[in-house]
Every structure is written in structure tokens, then in C-alpha cells.
Design a protein around this ligand. Structure first.
Ligand code: SF4
Length: 244
């Protein structure tokens, strides 16, 4: 099978040492999905299950995301799923020293951003869905309050417009069944809106091959590419205010 630009990028990212997160993680967890998906879903970072499997959104939050996508009539094969940070940041907790999620800091987000940007440039999604506040910060370049901006179309500085919603783990953390259902319902609503907007932008279901991308050197960091997609962002959509 012919290697795509995303395959080459994935191979390069496997050797990334641009920040310290690679030291304690099992492997780089790169994005996956439809090469030219109309929707790109971006989370914060891989979790424990993803770190071990080497694939994004395969743990409990991923299963909830699949449920939300199914509610919209979508599955993983129709979208591209990735994270703003590609290595699992964790700390040990409890007597069993379970590895639990630790939020990436701004330096780590910045270090990993070129990988995300290159994914964005290759996939060329119509809409980016930010799952959670860290993803929103990485995509929008500023902090937002999810409850204040969720579901709105927001201009992103270096790519297509974005829709912000909760990370599926927010539903998992809700203390009651009602709370979990309410968060999931909001995620479904926001995904449905994002998909509708993406469909309005053209034939969102037609896959095609990616352009080959020169691989960056092993053992280094992400290659900083020109902002090829920067102007695509604000193009055909009327976006909402970017403050929130
Ligand atoms: S920049 Fe990203 S891929 Fe590179 S080591 Fe840091 S978290 Fe991993």
C-alpha cells in the first residue's frame, strides 16, 4: 500500500524528543482516521489505555466518544481523531501506583503543536472539534470557558474554524447518571452541529489520498511547517467571537 503523508509524519513523530514527555511514556500516540476527513476531533493527550495501545481514544473516554458519534450517525472511519499532545503525561497515585492523567503545561503544548499543525495541513478538515479546554487552547491559541463557547463556530488562527465541546472524560467524571447523560447530550449536540457545518462545506464523505510529506529527521522534534492552512480558517464561514 502506498505510504501517505500522514504515514510519514506518524513515523517521524514516533522518534520525537522535543519535550520531556517521551521519557515516561510508552510510545507516541499519533492521530488516525480518514485521511481527508471533514471533521477532525482533537483531544488533550493520550491516556493510560492509549499509551499502551499506541492509538488515540481507545479507553473509556474513547468508547463514549464512539457512542456520541453514533448518535450523530457517524463512526471513526468517517472522521480523523487526534490529540494536541502526543505522549501520555501521568503521575503515580494510590498504593498500586496507578498511572493517572496529569495535565500538559503550556510549554508541552507548544512543543507538540507542530505535529498537530502538520496533521491539520494534511487532513485539511472543514471543521475542527476541540474536545475539552486544553484542546481548545491548543487550537484557538487562547483559553476559553467551554460552557461559554460550546457549540459556536470559532475562528482559529492557523486552520479551519473550530467548534468546542466537552471532552468525553467530563461525562465519565460526572457524579450521577443524570450528570453523565447531560454532558453526553451536549457533546452529541455539538458534534451534530459541527458535522452539519462540515457537510455544508462540500462532499464530506469522499476520501482521497494525502500528498506525500517529507519526513523530518528521527530523534529530533516536529518540523515547523508554513501555515499553509492559516487562511483557510476564516474563509467561508461566519464565525462567532473568539473571546469567551
Ligand atoms: S513534542 Fe509531543 S511528540 Fe514530541 S516528545 Fe513532546 S509530547 Fe511527545
Amino acid at each position: 500500500m502506498r505510504e501517505t503523508g500522514l504515514d510519514a509524519l506518524r513515523r517521524s513523530a514516533a522518534d520525537c524528543t522535543a519535550c520531556d514527555l517521551y521519557r515516561r511514556a510508552t510510545q507516541t500516540v499519533f492521530g488516525e482516521g480518514l485521511v481527508h476527513a471533514a471533521l477532525m476531533l482533537v483531544g488533550e493527550q493520550p491516556g493510560n489505555d492509549e499509551d499502551l495501545a499506541g492509538r488515540p481514544f481507545v479507553g473509556p473516554a474513547g468508547r463514549l466518544l464512539d457512542r456520541a458519534l453514533a448518535e450523530v450517525g457517524l463512526d471513526r472511519r468517517q472522521v480523523y481523531v487526534t490529540n494536541a499532545v502526543k505522549h501520555f503525561k501521568w503521575r503515580a497515585a494510590g498504593a498500586g501506583k496507578r498511572r493517572i492523567h496529569d495535565k500538559p503545561n503550556q510549554d508541552e503544548l507548544e512543543a507538540c503543536k507542530p505535529w498537530f499543525q502538520q496533521e491539520l495541513d494534511l487532513v485539511e478538515p472543514k471543521i475542527v472539534v476541540c474536545l475539552g479546554s486544553t484542546a481548545a487552547r491548543a487550537v484557538l491559541g487562547r483559553p476559553v470557558t467551554i460552557s461559554a463557547v460550546r457549540g459556536r463556530l470559532l475562528a482559529a488562527p492557523a486552520g479551519p474554524p473550530a467548534v468546542v465541546t466537552f471532552h468525553p472524560s467530563a461525562a465519565l467524571r460526572a457524579p450521577t447518571d443524570e450528570g453523565r447523560a447531560a454532558v453526553l447530550e451536549q457533546i452529541v449536540d455539538d458534534l451534530r452541529r459541527a458535522w452539519t457545518l462540515a457537510l455544508e462545506e462540500g462532499d464530506a464523505t469522499a476520501p482521497s489520498a494525502a500528498t506525500a510529506l517529507p519526513a523530518s529527521g528521527p530523534g529530533t522534534g516536529p518540523t515547523r511547517t508554513p501555515r499553509a492552512a492559516a487562511s483557510r480558517g476564516a474563509r467561508r464561514f461566519r464565525t462567532g467571537p473568539t473571546s469567551g
